[in-house]
Design a protein around this ligand. Structure first.
Ligand SMILES: NC(=O)c1ccc[n+]([C@@H]2O[C@H](COP(=O)([O-])OP(=O)(O)OC[C@H]3O[C@@H](n4cnc5c(N)ncnc54)[C@H](OP(=O)(O)O)[C@@H]3O)[C@@H](O)[C@H]2O)c1
Length: 387
């Protein structure tokens, strides 16, 4: 197999990454340090170096030494919710002299957060990151993690890789942000199922709208991030960051019985897609677009992997339980009948009863790419479909 052209690109890059102790971040870190020739990686950590290492010892125990042995990592202490990211002036000077790529993967994915808290954790840090990046003279790429569910206010159907307007949004997103920070409860927030989705939508609007911004941004919008196919290892993924693992655990603990899930109108009951994509595929899509210099919005969703229906998903969960636990796992009743109450978890998660089709056209041309960023990942070792 020939070495793909993109491999050389990394040897000239100094990457500043946030969120490297998270689910996606650790996968990216593994790829950038071990699988790719990246020159240097500045890791922003809000805790001590030791605490970050403890996290990785839990999440990537067999791979951590490989990552550290590359000698590519340099820690900088900071907190993305603080002014100037809480960086020391000496660290800022280092970043200014070296960084060519910013990769902002820190965030708070708690769907229960109110809009105000979600904006503090997910919207303001993005603004702070862009402010910092304006001072980086060598910057050639700025990549930020958003979410496909910024569009969770849309009706069922195709969702394209673009920013859609909500009914209630203000024309000036900065004026809207001022109201959020004054703790006003805005009608636009009610168009989203969670404060998290609103915060990411507002983030995209602020960054895309800002006329003063000097560089283009690549927004990667994963759907639900799932366990890895292969990298850093098969089924990698901290449970609390894999939404469907959390959902499965909650159902497994909820006792037997029947749980009602509404099915979208016009679809056979249980046939709507639950859109999940493995974390290593998200990483590869992100990195391929980063090399390419793509800007704007890119989806990373099941269209590039395996579209599983709600019924397939619940059957898969059941089949992975031990025979003794299977009897405690609920039976799912998919129905169009809105006169029967839906179960609380389906209400909260919202997505299981919807039928969005997240278009991933911008990444289609890489379906057959080889090498460490291959989108098939089948060539890399065992292909695992179940968890
Ligand atoms: N998980 C999904 O299904 C999903 C789907 C779509 C989009 N996304 C987006 O993808 C990105 C990564 O998600 P993930 O699943 O990897 O999340 P995660 O596992 O919860 O990791 C979050 C990361 O952000 C860091 N972080 C949080 N607050 C911080 C702060 N104030 N300052 C510095 N670092 C901070 C955490 O550091 P600590 O170790 O210190 O906590 C951790 O490294 C997020 O932007 C998320 O919104 C995720």
């Amino acid at each position: 197999m020939e070495t793909p052209d993109y491999v050389d690109w990394f040897s000239n890059q100094v990457i500043f990454i946030t969120g490297a102790t998270g689910s996606l971040g650790a996968c990216l870190l593994y790829k950038l340090s071990v699988k790719l020739s990246t020159r240097k990686i500045f890791v922003l950590s809000r805790r001590s170096r030791e605490k970050s290492l403890q996290t990785w010892k839990r999440t990537i125990p067999q791979q951590l030494d490989q990552v550290l042995d590359t000698n590519k990592l340099q820690f900088v202490m900071g907190d993305v919710t603080k002014p100037n990211l809480g960086l020391s002036s000496s660290d800022v000077a280092l970043l200014i002299s070296e960084v060519t790529v910013v990769l902002h993967a820190a965030g708070n994915i708690n769907l229960a957060n109110e809009a105000y808290d979600a904006v503090i954790a997910n919207t303001l840090p993005a603004l702070e990151m862009t402010k910092m990046a304006e001072n980086l003279p060598k910057l050639t790429r700025f990549v930020i993690l958003s979410s496909a569910y910024v569009n969770a206010f849309l009706p069922d159907g195709p969702v394209f890789e673009r920013l859609y307007e909500t009914k209630g949004q203000m024309a000036d997103p900065f004026a809207e942000l001022d109201l959020v920070m004054a703790r006003e409860k805005l009608p636009v927030m009610d168009e989203f199922p969670w404060g998290y989705a609103y915060a990411k939508h507002l983030m995209e609007r602020l960054l895309l709208w800002d006329p003063r911004r000097k560089f283009p941004i690549l927004f990667i919008r994963p759907t639900l991030i799932g366990p890895a196919i292969n990298q850093p290892y098969p089924l990698y993924g901290p449970d609390q960051s894999i939404p469907l693992n959390t959902l499965a655990r909650l159902y497994a603990q909820s006792g037997g019985g029947t749980r009602v899930w509404y099915s979208p109108t016009g679809r056979d009951a249980g046939s709507n897609i639950i859109d999940e994509i493995p974390v290593d595929l998200v990483s590869n899509i992100l990195l391929l677009h980063m090399v390419e210099g793509s800007t704007g919005i890119v989806h990373a969703g099941a269209q590039l992997y395996n579209c599983r229906s709600a019924r397939d998903f619940t059957e898969l969960l059941r089949s992975n339980l031990s025979p003794s636990s299977q009897s405690d796992f609920p039976h799912f009743a998919f129905t169009h009948d809105r006169s029967i109450p839906q179960c609380a978890l389906a209400d909260f998660y919202h997505i299981g009863s919807r039928d969005w089709n997240f278009d991933c056209s911008r990444s289609e041309r890489w379906r057959h790419t080889d090498g460490p960023l291959s989108l098939s990942l089948i060539n890399e070792g065992p292909f695992i479909l179940i968890r």
